[in-house]
Design a protein around this ligand. Structure first.
Ligand code: MG
Length: 174
């Protein structure tokens, strides 16, 4: 049985993952307002990924016979000075997610809660991917600078992104 503390922290993480989806959806809307539908698509897919993260924690609590609680969300930032600005904000956000995942792992380790540790290992790996992905796009955007032809090429590339739930032992069984 999970401790009350761990259940509370995981419920907070569900909120944070849902907030991440909210934030990326706002970034998608910003990109659409800049006539960059490929970038908007990228953020819409990212929002779906975040909802998937929330549902992974949700399903875990449910399977562990703990109560899932859904909390209200703060209003996300809607305005950015450029797509580069939005991607820098995304990377900062992902770094804050990583810190939260590490803090959760510390608690689960202290409590010797091995099932939770196993779940969190998936998230630790996922955060490496997320930070690397945002970093990569930031570097491309920095190289692109004011070259609008190159920016539209990247927009076309990001238009191809689709959401595919990552395979993992517990999702495969669903
Ligand atoms: Mg996430």
């Amino acid at each position: 049985m999970l401790s009350e503390k761990l259940v509370q922290k995981i419920n907070n993480q569900i909120k944070y993952e849902l907030y991440s989806a909210h934030l990326y959806y706002a970034m998608a809307a910003y990109c659409d307002s800049q006539d960059l539908p490929g970038f908007a698509n990228f953020f819409k897919v990212q929002a779906e990924e975040e909802r998937f993260h929330a549902s992974k924690f949700y399903d875990f609590l449910n399977r562990m016979d703990a109560r899932v609680l859904i909390y209200g969300l703060e209003e996300p930032k809607n305005d950015y000075s450029s797509v580069l600005d939005a991607f820098k904000a995304s990377l900062d956000h992902e770094k804050s997610v990583t810190k939260r995942i590490y803090a959760l792992t510390d608690i689960a380790t202290e409590e010797k809660e091995h099932a939770t540790i196993s779940l969190l290992k998936w998230f630790i790996d996922e955060q490496v991917e997320e930070e690397d992905m945002f970093n990569g796009i930031i570097k491309k955007l920095q190289r692109i600078g004011n070259d609008s032809a190159a920016l539209y090429m990247l927009d076309d590339e990001l238009a191809q992104r689709t959401f595919t739930p990552p395979a993992s032992p517990d999702t495969a069984a669903q």
